[in-house]
Each structure stands twice: as structure tokens, then as C-alpha cells.
Ligand binder design. Structure first.
Ligand code: IPM
Ligand code: MG
Length: 369
């Protein structure tokens, strides 16, 4: 799984599908693709780019949030960069037409079961965190969320006929738990070897099985220290003492919630990238934030989470560690220079728009060469 690359894969053309989507999606994707094009040139990476419709904008154009053409292009690509989907305009649509369906469809059709959500606090943003500096300084934790199972996809789901009642099913089987467990143990091995599995085993049968399977699996990874935590406690501990965590592994719904909590510790959700991988390192990369319709089209959005997602793409799908690290360093340099977007704390004179902060990152990247 992640990070095994043959020489052949390294040399081949790498097809990137860009799905800008809705709201601020196109603006932030533009900055990230400009940077990918630049590193492509600097390092002769053999990246090629194409674009397709997704989300509300796809619905407007075709009547579907995830058109067949887009799905086909996604299957044929080696990695996907997605901006954001959704907006108030489409809130009243039936479930199957909602922009979010595109996201869920891509995740499940491409079997992107392993969702990496790192929460890393740049040392230049300590004061932007919602927690006290001493609690979050140098925070670096990784949430690994199972992304194609659990209550998001469980059947049956629906409405009971004849009364106002609705239901979803939370279901996980051994294979699903094992494969996300392996990804998490392997990620922990590359970090501080500390894995916390989060569940609700005092109430949910699914969680009892989850705990059993993860515990059994831990025998294969004796170098990793495994702990279990109930999800309510984990939510509290994340806010109380976030640095106690190294890697967290959890199911789809709990991971959705915990990763938003972790996001606020890094100063802004505008700073958080994510990767969703299948078992062959094919991945979809997207900022954790949404489409922010209130600021869409104004050039005010923070593109750094999308640029960081592009860096994750280079590292996880293509094994290109060096250019990935350089992008991250260029972002750090930009923050060190005091430049901020409007979602981040900082002096008003150094606040920059989407394009302008993207350009600072480019300048810093070019100076690194
Ligand atoms: C996320 C989002 C999605 C999810 C929504 C938009 C379907 O909140 O990626 O965290 O719940 O997975
Ligand atoms: Mg979410």
C-alpha cells in the first residue's frame, strides 16, 4: 500500500484530473495547478492536466452532480485535484442530485477508502489557533478516516412508509476494518509509532467489532503502540491536550467530525489538505474546507489548503517527495514573511487575496531552486 513505487511508474506520464467544482473551488484550484505546472517544469515530472465538471456546476450543465464523462475521466486519471462542491443554490435538491453526492460517488466508485487528514500547525500560525499556544505549538497529528463504508454508505437507508421516520445503517466488516487498520499502522510506523483507534465500543456493536479487528491486527505491528479511545472522549482530548496524539484511525462518521475539530487547531480550516487513496495509491486530493459561497468569486479565499493538497498528491500518488517538500517549504516561507489570507490572524497590511498569496508561494518556490 501507500508509497511503494516502481521505476516504471515514476517515468510514466502522470495524468491529473482537475475538478474545480463550486464556490471558491475554481479559484483555489487555479493557484494549485499553477504551482503544479511550475514544479512540472522545474523537475520535468511528466505531469499532464485535464479538467471536468463536478458538483453543482456539473448539475447546472448536465443535470447530474457527477456526470458519466467526469467519472470516466476520473477512472482514467492517476490522481484528482478537487476544489469544493456545494452551495445554497442546490440545498433544496433531492438527495441524488445534491453536489455532495459527487464527492461520495467519486470516493466509492474509485474505492478511495483511506482518507488522510493531517493537522499540522505551522510555527508561524501558533497565535491563529483557537487553543492556547502551549497546547498546540508544533502540533502534527494525522487523522486517518475510513471513507467508503460505515453509516455513510450502509444499507438499508431511507424513510419508513406512512410515518415520519428515517433510518441509516452503520455497518463495517472485518475486511474493511483491516484494510484501513493496515494503512494506519503503516503510517504510524513512519511517524512516532503511536496509534489511537477511536470508536464507540461502549454502545455500538460495530465499534466492538472495530476494536476486536484492530487489536488483532496490532499483533502484526509490535513496534506501534496502540490505544483505544471512545469518540466522545477523543473529541474532548483533542481540545484538552491535542499533542498526546500521533495518528488517529477511525470510521467514516467519527472521522468526519474529529477532523473538523482538529482543523481549528491549525488556525483555519483554510490550511488543511487531505488525500483519499485506494489500494494502488491512486488518490483524490482536496482541501478540507467547503465551497464558501459567501466569498466565492471575490479573490479572497485561502488557496493554501489546496496547494498543500497538490503537494500531498506528488508525495502519495507519485512518490515525488522532493517537489512536495519544496512546495510545503515555500508555503512556510510565505507565512514566515508575515503574509496571510483573510481567514488567518495577522496585520491588515499583510493580508493578501487568493492570487496574491499564490504568487508569493511561487516566488518563494522559485527562490528555493
Ligand atoms: C468532508 C465533508 C463531506 C463528508 C460532505 C461534504 C459530504 O464534510 O469531506 O468532511 O461528510 O465526508
Ligand atoms: Mg466533513
Amino acid at each position: 500500500m501507500p508509497l511503494g513505487f516502481s521505476m516504471k511508474e515514476m517515468k510514466d506520464n502522470k495524468r491529473i484530473l482537475v475538478l474545480p467544482g463550486d464556490g471558491i473551488g475554481p479559484e483555489v484550484c487555479k493557484e494549485a495547478t499553477t504551482i503544479l505546472e511550475l514544479v512540472n517544469e522545474i523537475h520535468s515530472l511528466n505531469l499532464s492536466f485535464s479538467e471536468a465538471l463536478v458538483g453543482g456546476s456539473a448539475y447546472e450543465a448536465t443535470g447530474e452532480p457527477l456526470p458519466q464523462d467526469t467519472l470516466k475521466a476520473a477512472r482514467e486519471s492517476d490522481a484528482i485535484l478537487l476544489g469544493a462542491v456545494g452551495g445554497p443554490k442546490w440545498d433544496e435538491l433531492d438527495y441524488q442530485y445534491r453536489p455532495e453526492r459527487a464527492l461520495l460517488g467519486l470516493r466509492s466508485e474509485l474505492d478511495l477508502f483511506a482518507n488522510f487528514r493531517p493537522a499540522i500547525l505551522s510555527k508561524y500560525l501558533t497565535s491563529s489557533s483557537s487553543l492556547k499556544a502551549n497546547k498546540v505549538e508544533n502540533l502534527d497529528l494525522l487523522i486517518i478516516r475510513e471513507l467508503t463504508g460505515g453509516i455513510y454508505f450502509g444499507e438499508p437507508r431511507g424513510r419508513t412508509e406512512g410515518k415520519k421516520e428515517a433510518f441509516n445503517t452503520m455497518i463495517y466488516n472485518q475486511d474493511e476494518i483491516e484494510r484501513i487498520g493496515r494503512v494506519a499502522f503503516e503510517a504510524a510506523q513512519k511517524r512516532n509509532k503511536n496509534l489511537c483507534s477511536v470508536d464507540k465500543a461502549n454502545v455500538l456493536e460495530v465499534s466492538v467489532l472495530w476494536r476486536e479487528v484492530i487489536t488483532e491486527l496490532s499483533k502484526e505491528y509490535p513496534d506501534v503502540r496502540l490505544s483505544h479511545m471512545l469518540v466522545d472522549n477523543a473529541a474532548m482530548q483533542l481540545v484538552r491536550e491535542p499533542k498526546q496524539f500521533d495518528v488517529i484511525v477511525t470510521g467514516n462518521l467519527f472521522g468526519d467530525i474529529l477532523s473538523d475539530i482538529a482543523a481549528m487547531m491549525t488556525g483555519s480550516i483554510g490550511m488543511l489538505p487531505s488525500a483519499s487513496l485506494n489500494s494502488e495509491n491512486k488518490g483524490m486530493y482536496e482541501p478540507v474546507h467547503g465551497s464558501a459561497p459567501d466569498i466565492a468569486g471575490k479573490g479572497l479565499a485561502n488557496p493554501l489548503a489546496t496547494i498543500l493538497s497538490a503537494a500531498m498528491m506528488l508525495r502519495y500518488s507519485f512518490g515525488l517527495d522532493k517537489p512536495a517538500t519544496q512546495i510545503e517549504m515555500a508555503i512556510d516561507k510565505t507565512l514566515e514573511q508575515g503574509f496571510r489570507t483573510y481567514d488567518l490572524e495577522g496585520s491588515e497590511e499583510q493580508k493578501l487575496g487568493t492570487r496574491e498569496i499564490g504568487q508569493k508561494v511561487i516566488d518563494n518556490l522559485q527562490n528555493l531552486k
